[in-house]
Design a protein around this ligand. Structure first.
Ligand code: 13P
Ligand code: 13P
Ligand code: MG
Ligand code: MG
Length: 366
């Protein structure tokens, strides 16, 4: 055990209420009880259970490091017991994200999304945990870029000598199972070439260049790539550390004032605006959307999670919400046409192969 603290955010959709729109309180109570037991046994320093849409979010601090079997098993067992309740209540898609029957050392590759980071807690340690529903991990690429590489977003990149050197981005190619580290500002054009293609390339971690300090960690699990078919979207999570040589809280929130287009929404098959909302508004209902993001702010104190503060509960984000509704109307007007509907590559696990098979014999040379 090191003196470092690990912050683990592990999430799964274990059943929606009603449909895919939200979460039944019984599931949250059951998760709370599980984590409370683990806390009593000393496995966790602290925990917070929350949800975004139909996704159950377990926020945990501990001293066991990354990819720890005990922590991952705790999360897995929690999802399994919540699935049982979801089945009893016949909630929608009970156990949706649990793609395996048995735990095998890590939840990675089994369906749940994971973002974790280990660090030495600073004199003051503000962190923001972003949680999204009805979208996919690539949704974080644009805001992460703005936070850590765009001086028009983050004044600190220019003003604060301790981050003037820039940041390193670890980018994962989720199709090829490869990763590369690219450096900003010197390699931003290379970086953007990759992360602009957010279906394939995802920013997993961000490090401060001057000392290698971890600044952000995102979940990059893609369910369809694990399951080999469409099984719901991979509603992602992202942890960002703030202040004192890292972007300020306001700089980290700022990119979300622009509701950028992400993939997800109805049946995980459409592009729509990512709407920043307070916790109580994270119930995507219109056409199962539009996609939502919430931001839970905590001050860490010896690993204790002081918070959360509901950071999008601020009228300064009203315009973004209004704009997101306008964009939602505009995109919806396209109905089943691209680019509202995702391109064929992304539909390959849905109806297209079946339709092709059915009509195979009717295709004739042009
Ligand atoms: P830090 O220098 O502690 O990051 O604070 C910056 C600030 O004042 C926020 O705008
Ligand atoms: P979730 O991934 O949030 O379960 O949504 C799936 C879906 O099909 C929504 O229409
Ligand atoms: Mg669901
Ligand atoms: Mg969901």
């Amino acid at each position: 055990m090191s003196g470092k603290i690990t912050l683990s955010v592990i999430k799964a959709d274990v059943g929606g209420y009603v449909g895919h729109s939200s979460m039944h309180p019984d599931l949250m109570n059951a998760a709370e009880e599980r984590l409370s037991n683990a806390f009593d046994k000393g496995l966790l320093i602290d925990y917070h259970v929350t949800r975004c849409g139909d996704d159950l979010e377990l926020i945990m601090t501990h001293k066991n490091g990354l990819d720890n079997e005990k922590i991952h098993k705790l999360a897995w067992d929690t999802f399994v017991s919540c699935t049982e309740i979801a089945k009893e209540l016949k909630l929608y898609g009970a156990g949706q994200d649990l793609l395996s029957d048995a735990f095998s050392g890590t939840v990675k590759g089994m369906g749940p999304g994971v973002a974790e980071m280990e660090f030495e807690e600073r004199k003051s340690e503000p962190v923001i945990i972003f949680m999204a529903d009805k979208t996919s991990p690539g949704a974080w690429n644009l805001p992460i870029y703005k936070i850590f590489a765009d001086p028009f977003n983050t004044a600190g990149l220019v003003i604060d000598p301790s981050m003037h050197g820039g940041f390193k981005f670890e980018v994962v190619d989720v199709y090829e199972h490869k990763k590369i580290i690219l450096s900003a500002p010197d390699e931003i054009y290379d970086l953007l070439m990759f992360i602009g293609a957010m279906r394939r390339f995802m920013i997993k971690n961000v490090y401060r260049k001057s000392d290698g300090e971890i600044a952000a960690a995102a979940s990059t699990q893609k369910l369809s790539l694990i399951a080999g078919r469409y099984v719901g979207k991979d509603d992602p999570v992202l942890i960002v550390r703030c202040q004192s040589g890292l972007p300020a809280v306001g700089e980290v929130l700022e990119p979300f004032a622009f509701s950028h287009l992400v993939e997800g929404w109805m049946r995980g098959s459409h592009h729509g605006p990512l709407m920043p909302v307070p916790f109580y508004e994270a119930n995507p209902s219109r056409f199962d959307g539009p996609p939502r993001v919430i931001a839970a702010g905590f001050q860490l104190c010896g690993g204790k999670l002081i918070g959360p503060r509901d950071l999008f509960d601020d009228p300064a984000f009203d315009e973004a919400r209004k704009k997101a509704n306008e964009i939602a109307n505009y995109m919806r007007s396209h109905g089943p046409f691209e680019p509202h509907r995702l391109g064929l590559d992304d539909m390959e696990y849905t109806t297209m192969p079946q339709l092709m098979k059915k009509l195979e014999g009717r295709f004739v040379p042009e």
